[in-house]
Design a protein around this ligand. Structure first.
Ligand SMILES: NC(=O)N[C@@H](O)C(=O)O
Ligand code: NI
Length: 164
């Protein structure tokens, strides 16, 4: 029997065990370019063991809800960040590591002005878009083919469509 998961607002504190929230955090801001630009400095660190860091665009199709989470993945050799370019909210699911497998997913609703950076080797679900196709800027390690570990749950978890 699938278990239903709550969806929580994405906050730095709640996401801290899994990585970073990429948002205009006033505490990180410094004025540059003669005061014409606000730099929100070092919101996340990019980890890419043995390979370069690359920037890609992901155009995600919306998930159908209620959505069943059957699996999680992780990237052992690098971090992976998702920054929304379409200004729409999206879902983020992460999990603690329990003996080499993901524990129960923790699901967050990211606003359209929030991105996430999954720290290296953190269990997460692939991109989950809500409502309509959305573009994301993705920074992660080159050569993804040897940087992916997947794990499937014995029983799926269900997520309802978050209310906007
Ligand atoms: N496959 C791929 O590049 N994307 C996933 O890693 C993801 O987290 O969406
Ligand atoms: Ni990933």
């Amino acid at each position: 029997m699938a278990k239903h998961l709550p969806v929580k607002p994405l906050t730095k504190a709640a996401f801290a065990p899994f990585g970073d929230v990429i948002e205009a955090d006033a505490a990180t801001m410094r004025l540059i370019n003669n005061g014409t630009t606000e730099r929100f400095h070092r919101l996340a660190m990019v980890e890419t063991e043995g390979e370069g860091a690359i920037i890609s665009l992901f155009r995600g199709q919306p998930r159908q809800f209620p959505y069943a989470i059957h699996m999680m993945e992780r990237h052992p050799f690098g971090s992976q960040s998702f920054s929304p370019l379409s200004g729409r909210p999206f879902l983020v699911a992460v999990a603690e590591d329990v003996g080499g497998r993901p524990g129960a997913p923790q699901v967050f609703l990211a606003r359209g002005d929030q991105g996430v950076n999954y720290r290296r080797n953190v269990w997460h679900h692939p991109l989950m878009v809500i409502g309509s196709p959305s573009d994301f800027l993705v920074v992660d390690r080159d050569r993804p083919e040897n940087n992916l570990e997947e794990s499937f749950y014995d029983t799926p978890y269900l997520i309802s469509e978050p209310s906007p």
